[in-house]
Design a protein around this ligand. Structure first.
Ligand code: ZN
Length: 104
């Protein structure tokens, strides 16, 4: 008589399961939660912290012009004044080294 081999629960759980969407995911992360507003050089900016795990692509930091390597925790900033419309501001968002943003 065959035994049921259906596990009642996954042993040890299943860590590291990734949601189906992988690319463009940083945009949805930007849009949902974890944002703050800062004033720099007389302008308001929306600043979003990106964890190393969420950083999967290289970017060029506008502060030091060096690459922000994948896996590096950093910040994304875009203008909060809506001068060019929210979509345009978001499209023009820049990825900064956390340090470079702080001293900018
Ligand atoms: Zn930098």
């Amino acid at each position: 008589m065959p035994r049921s081999n259906r596990p009642r629960r996954a042993p040890g759980g299943r860590p590291g399961q990734v949601p189906a969407h992988d690319d463009g995911g940083d945009l949805s992360r930007i849009l949902y939660g974890g944002q703050r507003t800062e004033t720099r050089r007389g302008r308001e900016w929306v600043v979003q912290a990106i964890s190393g795990a969420s950083s999967t692509k290289p970017y060029v930091c506008p502060g030091c012009t060096l690459p922000v390597e994948p896996g590096t925790p950093h910040v994304v900033a875009w203008r909060a004044d809506g001068l060019f419309g929210e979509d345009s501001d978001l499209a023009a968002r820049r990825h900064w080294h956390t340090h470079c943003w702080k001293i900018s």
